[in-house]
Design a protein around this ligand. Structure first.
Ligand SMILES: [Fe+2]
Length: 299
């Protein structure tokens, strides 16, 4: 039977990979058994050959477009020319989802020093709602917002990150991409328990989950201290505490489709497929648990 999808709008039932350029040729040639693929459109905009392969792949897999060049938190506004270029690619690929970070910086990987967060307050909510409108109009599709990896709390914030995300969903009707690794590492960096954070997210608004690796680094703000910062590098395997938190997220959110992200020190495709298999195995285990566990908050 042909594996070709008859509809581009079929949602995946299995985990997928963040497809990066080093694996593009191999994935096109071998069509590995993953539920879906997520791409960064910015990798394809100036690369017509890669874009051609991507469009070919879109006939075999549901595609998720995860933008890294749009910054809905940027006070400078949204780059219209970039939106127009993205729209053309998105129209060609017909993704099942389009998403992006709740980011303040416009450069992916420019974390920590360059990523100066905006305060979680009324003015930022209004700015984000306005930018979200503009992005959704420009792309002609809903734009799903991902929770950030956090390193510092701003004294001027009037609400917590959790309250802020809930309010953003409430006001704009947007859906969320819950990066489970970001919840885990932000909890470590900011000193909160990631489990009640997951419990406090609006479950009905969760459209996708992310899993990725992080790197413990010395905290530059307090050199010599024992306390390490967990940095969202996407350069390592997913750790056991994140797998456990992922199971908890699946109990709470149901079967949200999951993507494994690995963006630097990119391993062999087989390694990524192993992480996908683990995510699917965790999902299968959770589905077999008695239902009452799905609402238990114990961990
Ligand atoms: Fe992510």
């Amino acid at each position: 039977m042909a594996v070709t999808l008859t509809s581009h709008h079929r949602m995946p039932h299995a985990a997928g990979i963040g497809l990066r350029l080093p694996h593009l040729a191999e994935v096109t040639a071998t069509l590995p058994a993953v539920g879906w693929l997520e791409i960064h459109p910015e990798n394809f905009l100036a690369n017509p050959h890669a874009a051609e392969l991507l469009i070919e792949l879109s006939h075999h897999y549901p595609i998720s477009v995860h933008t890294v060049g749009i910054s809905i938190g940027s006070v400078e506004g949204i780059d219209k020319a970039h939106l127009t270029r993205l729209r053309a690619l998105v129209d060609a690929v017909e993704p099942v989802l389009v998403s992006g970070h709740l980011a303040w910086s416009t450069h992916e990987g420019a974390y920590l020093n360059d990523l100066l967060p905006l305060p979680y307050d009324e003015a930022t909510l209004r700015l984000l709602a306005e930018h979200l409108d503009r992005v959704q109009d420009g792309l002609g599709r809903p734009y799903i917002v991902e929770n950030p990896s956090s390193y510092v709390a701003l004294a001027t914030s009037t609400m917590t990150e959790l309250e802020f995300l809930n309010e953003l969903v409430h006001r704009t009707g947007c859906q969320l991409l819950c990066d489970v690794s970001n919840v885990y590492l932000s909890g470590h960096n900011m000193g909160y328990d990631p489990y009640p954070f997951i419990d406090g997210l609006p479950a009905g608004a969760i459209a996708e989950l992310h899993l990725g690796g992080f790197t413990p680094e010395e905290d530059e703000a307090s050199p010599g201290s024992e306390q390490q910062l967990y940095v969202d590098t996407h350069a390592t395997p997913i750790t056991e505490p994140v797998w456990a938190l992922y199971a908890h997220a699946l109990r709470r959110f149901g079967s949200a489709p999951t993507i494994i992200e690995w963006d630097s020190d990119i391993p062999a495709l087989a390694t990524l497929l192993g992480e996908v298999a683990r995510a699917d195995a965790v999902g299968a285990e959770v589905r077999q648990e008695p239902q009452q566990q799905h609402h238990a908050h114990a961990h």
